[in-house]
Structure formats: structure tokens, C-alpha cells
Design a protein around this ligand. Structure first.
Ligand SMILES: NC(=O)c1ccc[n+]([C@@H]2O[C@H](COP(=O)([O-])OP(=O)(O)OC[C@H]3O[C@@H](n4cnc5c(N)ncnc54)[C@H](OP(=O)(O)O)[C@@H]3O)[C@@H](O)[C@H]2O)c1
Length: 329
């Protein structure tokens, strides 16, 4: 059977990507074949498809680190034909043909049954961004964070991870402060649950003290670099700081002071290697108490044909909310 796919190739050292037709026999090995109905766009997908980041580990590769759809064939007893499933990360879309295709074949150990409370489209409105945001909240809660602990700040607020983190935290009763570079998105950020909006431009990141004023009980960082350093120095005693992304920088210049004088915990959030028991539990919560109330408001749908032109905004830091790719039309 032939199907459409967005294939990422490397020619003379240059990364190119485009829509093409493939055969099921060209798919990688795996126990589960899926008729993909929806995928999504994450920052990592944009870096992979444009070559702006060295993401692809095996060329050519069908892009798309997220996928959801219906099982069409299974040699694993955990998944029957007709079951609705989702999968994110592992090698998907970076070293194993991914979700930007009407068919995917992947190992059963990477597959999650669609949790109660989510459709395939909603699961992809969440995607890796939503899963990672939820994982960060779960890790901060395990670290003792509760709504009574104080304010939680979220950087890269208008992006996929940031906007879902804001909506999840607001839904759980937290007082959320959105940190953004986009003044024009203030109303959007308030509409999805931010109590306050801070502009990144208003921070004096050239003068970060080892210990600044104690402000944040929790923090979700998508940027790295100076913003993460500033967050570390302004955490309250016992605060939890979840490091997710590097949209601004992969560097971190800080001191040990927040960690040894305020007991601040720096939590590394890794969605790719998250073990299946915790992965399934986070997805269960995403379909129940952590389901973002503003998910529909922050999600835009595009067709498969529109996908190749959709990546540039992410690379330029202009993304807002989440984009679902309607693979099945
Ligand atoms: N650890 C993991 O497992 C994991 C999983 C998923 C994503 N990530 C990482 O998390 C980050 C966010 O992912 P995403 O999918 O939410 O990306 P996204 O949708 O592209 O959003 C990123 C947001 O960060 C801000 N931003 C972008 N470039 C910036 C720059 N140069 N300087 C300062 N701010 C900038 C912008 O928001 P504002 O203008 O509102 O600030 C932008 O909307 C990425 O670095 C991604 O690689 C990590």
C-alpha cells in the first residue's frame, strides 16, 4: 500500500524535506502498524525538517516525533487491530520513520493506548509539548510543590510547552506568571490561565545576583541561558525549577547559592527517555485532572499540504500555542 509522507533527506551535507509517496515495505521494523490520523509540530520537528538543528540521526527519515491513530496490524498481544493509540519521542521522527505519514510502524514498547478523556486530535494537540509540560508539573509536585507554595513562573510562555504548562497549572489551582517576549500576546496568555504576564525585555539579565529576591515556588523553563540563571537566583526556599528547553541557549551560568542556601531543586525534564510506567501515568492524567481547559483555544489545525511551510515560525521563535497536523484529512 502506498501513502503520503514528509521525508527528511540529506543531500551534499544539506538537509531538505518535502512531501512524497512511500510504500509500507519502506517502513522501519516494529510490531505495530498504525493508520496515522493526526500528528503535531514541536520545536524539535521544525529544527529537524529545516536542518536548523542536528536532530535527525538517520537519513532519510520521515519527520514527526508525535503520532496518533488506529492500529491496522499488530503482532503484540497488548494492542489489537482497531485500537486507538499514540506515540511520542523514543527514536520516532529522528532515527525511525515518524508521524508525518499516513502509515507508521513502530515497536510495541513505544506505544501508549489512547487514554480515556482524549481523542486522537486532542492527544496530538498535547503531543510531546503537552506530555513534557505535564511531566514537569508531576516532577514539581513530587518535589512538594502545591498551589499553597506560591507563584509558579513559566518561560517561553506562548510556545507549545509553555502555553500548555500555563493551562495545566491554572487548572490545578496554581497562581501562574507567564514570561514572554511577545507583548501582543498578553491577552492570549491571560485567557489560558496566566494571572500575570511579565515581559522578558523588562528583566535586567546582565545583572543576575547569586541570590535575588525570593519570588517563585515553582518554575518551568523552556529557554535555558540567562533566563534559567535568573530563575534559579529568584526561587523561594525549597522551590522546584524544571529545566525543559534551550530555545534561547544551551548554557547555564549560575552559582551553587540557590541550591545550598535555599534548598532549590533543579529538575531535569527528559520526555524522550521517560520510562513507560510514568509515561502512561502522565498521559492518564492528561486525559483527566491535568487536561488543559484551554486546549482547544490554543490549538490550530493544518492540513498535510500546509505542513512544509509551517516550520519556519518555530525556528524564528514566533510559534504560538499548538499546531495539529490533520494527516488523514
Ligand atoms: N526536555 C524535553 O524532553 C523537551 C520536550 C519538548 C520540548 N523541549 C524543548 O522545550 C523548548 C520549547 O519547546 P516548544 O515545543 O514549546 O517550542 P515552541 O513552540 O517553538 O516555543 C518556544 C517559545 O520560546 C520562546 N523563544 C523562542 N526562541 C527564543 C529565543 N531565541 N530567545 C528567547 N525566547 C525564545 C518563544 O516564546 P515567548 O516569546 O512567549 O517567550 C517561543 O514561542 C524547546 O527548546 C524544545 O526543544 C524539550
Amino acid at each position: 500500500m502506498s501513502f503520503r509522507a514528509l521525508l527528511i533527506s540529506q543531500v551534499d551535507g544539506k538537509v531538505t524535506s518535502g512531501l512524497t509517496t512511500m510504500e509500507e515495505s519502506q517502513l522501519d521494523a516494529g510490531e505495530i502498524t498504525i493508520a496515522v490520523s493526526h500528528s503535531s509540530i514541536n520545536y524539535k520537528d521544525a529544527l529537524a525538517a529545516t536542518g536548523a538543528g542536528r536532530i535527525i540521526r538517520r537519513f532519510p527519515c520521515v519527520g514527526g516525533i508525535d503520532l496518533a491513530g488506529t492500529v491496522t496490524s499488530s503482532s503484540d498481544e497488548r494492542f489489537s487491530v482497531g485500537a486507538q493509540v499514540l506515540a511520542t519521542s523514543y527514536d520516532i521522527g529522528v532515527a525511525h520513520h515518524g508521524g508525518y505519514a499516513e502509515r507508521a510502524r513502530i515497536p510495541a514498547d513505544w506505544v501508549v493506548k489512547l487514554p480515556a478523556g482524549l481523542s486522537c486530535a486532542e492527544a496530538m494537540a498535547l503531543g510531546t509539548a503537552g506530555f513534557t509540560a505535564a511531566l514537569a508539573v508531576v516532577r514539581m509536585e513530587h518535589n512538594g510543590l502545591t498551589p499553597a507554595s506560591g507563584k509558579v513562573i513559566v518561560s517561553g510562555a506562548t510556545g507549545g510547552v509553555g502555553s500548555i504548562a500555563i493551562s495545566i497549572l491554572a487548572g490545578l489551582g496554581y497562581s501562574v506568571v507567564a514570561l514572554t517576549g511577545k507583548v501582543e500576546e498578553t491577552e492570549f496568555l491571560k485567557s489560558i490561565g496566566a494571572q500575570e504576564v511579565m515581559l522578558r525585555q523588562s528583566l535586567d539579565l546582565a545583572k543576575i545576583k547569586p541570590l535575588g529576591s525570593e519570588t517563585w515556588a515553582g518554575a518551568v523553563d523552556n529557554l535555558g541561558g540567562d533566563v534559567l540563571s535568573w530563575m534559579a537566583s529568584t526561587m523561594k526556599v525549597g522551590g522546584a525549577l524544571a529545566s525543559i528547553g534551550l530555545a534561547a541557549s544551551h548554557s547555564l551560568n549560575t552559582t551553587v547559592m540557590p541550591f545550598i542556601l535555599r534548598g532549590v531543586s533543579l529538575l531535569g525534564i527528559d520526555s524522550v527517555n521517560c520510562a513507560m510506567p510514568q509515561r502512561s501515568e502522565v498521559w492518564r492524567r492528561l486525559g483527566s485532572d491535568m487536561k488543559p481547559r484551554s486546549l482547544a483555544d490554543m490549538t490550530r489545525h493544518i492540513s498535510f499540504d500546509q505542513l512544509p511551510d509551517a516550520f519556519a515560525a518555530y525556528v524564528e521563535g514566533k510559534a504560538r500555542g499548538r499546531v495539529v497536523v490533520d494527516i488523514a484529512g
